[in-house]
Design a protein around this ligand. Structure first.
Ligand code: TRP
Ligand code: SF4
Length: 357
């Protein structure tokens, strides 16, 4: 029998999951659990890299997120579901990897730079309430927010992620497009470690989801920190409100104006409603043509989308009701024990290679 491939992935516990999480990663996780040996982490330490002053929310956020995983179809009988902070082996590997990781790799990480800027804008927008996403960022706002985010931990985010992945000897890492720079760093760190201490760490491959990016209701990338998400289990009323308020095509004044559903110079982010049609409407191509020809208004187009979302959303809500806090706690406990068993084996090899035992 050939050995099954090892899969590792994680998500930061941001609470309830949104459509970006579902289409970017979770659906892939559910599909792959039947074929591979899978480890899925609630990456609560990663959460601390930005939300270190909100630890009171952590436990609840882990629970909510894992309930969403289960409702979406992850099965603890088929995969290992665990909480990162319950597997302290990750922290030791993180420390050791940080010794061989050049600072320049982290400082040049595009995700880090981008996140710093975006989070700064959001923070500033919240405080003053008047910064639109399209407005050029104010240097002063960035500097202010930067201060609290320019931590050792946040810069080291990808090193911790490398430790998560490498400690299970993962062959494959199913992630959304946005995680590719982090994945590349994991590979580079593994290579550098191996070059110094000998072949110990397996180089993981990214398994990128083919789905197009899911934009948020405002046209930016869907992310909790931007306040533009649609949750997987959104209640019917809020779903309706969010769809009606979605970013469309600002160049269209009336329903007969030709629209720009896809990202283009006239509408750089592309229409967010159209992006969801692509996922939930098998006739999305026809819809794009109608829009370009000015044959449908945005109000009607949104209403149609809403009708298509209601069924799948109701199904998720029903399934989620089957899981309570106690069940989730038991699953995480059992998962952490299993994860530690595997993690300890790799850590032992790493220590030996480094003459630490
Ligand atoms: N950085 C990932 C995210 O924000 C979460 C994550 C943590 C992760 N550890 C991981 C993803 C290991 C893949 C593998 O979504
Ligand atoms: Fe978007 Fe639909 Fe309006 Fe076209 S008609 S801009 S696809 S909401």
């Amino acid at each position: 029998m050939t050995k099954r491939k090892v899969v590792m992935s994680g998500m930061r516990p941001t609470g309830r999951l949104h459509l970006g999480n579902l289409w970017g990663a979770l659906r892939k996780w559910v599909a792959i659990q039947d074929e591979c040996e899978c480890y899925f982490a609630a990456a609560d330490w990663h959460m601390l890299t930005t939300a270190y002053d909100r630890t009171d929310e952590l436990e609840g956020s882990v629970r909510e997120m894992v309930m969403d995983w289960l409702a979406a179809g992850l099965d603890p009988a088929k995969c290992v579901i665990f909480r990162q902070s319950r597997v302290p082996e990750h922290a030791e590997l993180y420390l050791l990897l940080s010794m061989v990781t050049p600072l320049s790799w982290l400082e040049n990480n595009p995700t880090w730079k981008e996140q710093l800027q975006e989070l700064a804008k959001t923070k500033h927008g919240k405080v003053l309430g008047n910064v639109s996403p399209e407005e050029p960022e104010s240097a002063c706002a960035t500097a202010q927010a930067d201060e609290s985010l320019r931590t050792h931990g946040f810069l080291g985010y990808p090193v911790l992620q490398a430790a998560d992945i490498l400690i299970y000897g993962a062959d494959l890492v199913p992630v959304g497009q946005d995680q590719l720079p982090h994945l590349e760093l994991s590979r580079e760190i593994a290579r550098r470690f191996n070059a110094i201490y000998g072949e110990v760490l397996a180089e993981p491959k990214a398994l990128v989801t083919e789905t197009p990016k899911v934009p948020g209701t405002d046209g930016r990338k869907m992310s909790k920190s931007y306040g533009n998400t649609i949750d997987i289990y959104e209640e019917p009323e809020t779903l309706k409100t969010k769809v009606s308020g979605m970013y469309t095509d600002p160049t269209r004044a009336r329903a007969t104006d030709p629209g720009h559903p896809e990202p283009c110079p006239e509408n750089p982010p592309g229409c967010s409603v159209f992006a969801l049609h692509k996922l939930y409407n098998p006739d999305w191509e026809a819809r794009g043509a109608e829009c370009r020809a000015g044959k449908i208004g945005c109000v009607a187009c949104k209403k149609d989308l809403l009708g298509r979302l209601e069924g799948p959303f109701a199904a998720f809500r029903d399934k989620r009701k089957q899981f309570d806090a106690k069940t989730v706690e038991e699953i995480l406990e059992e998962g952490s024990v299993k994860a530690r068993r595997t993690a300890a084996l790799t850590l032992d090899k790493v220590r030996r290679a480094m003459r630490l035992r």
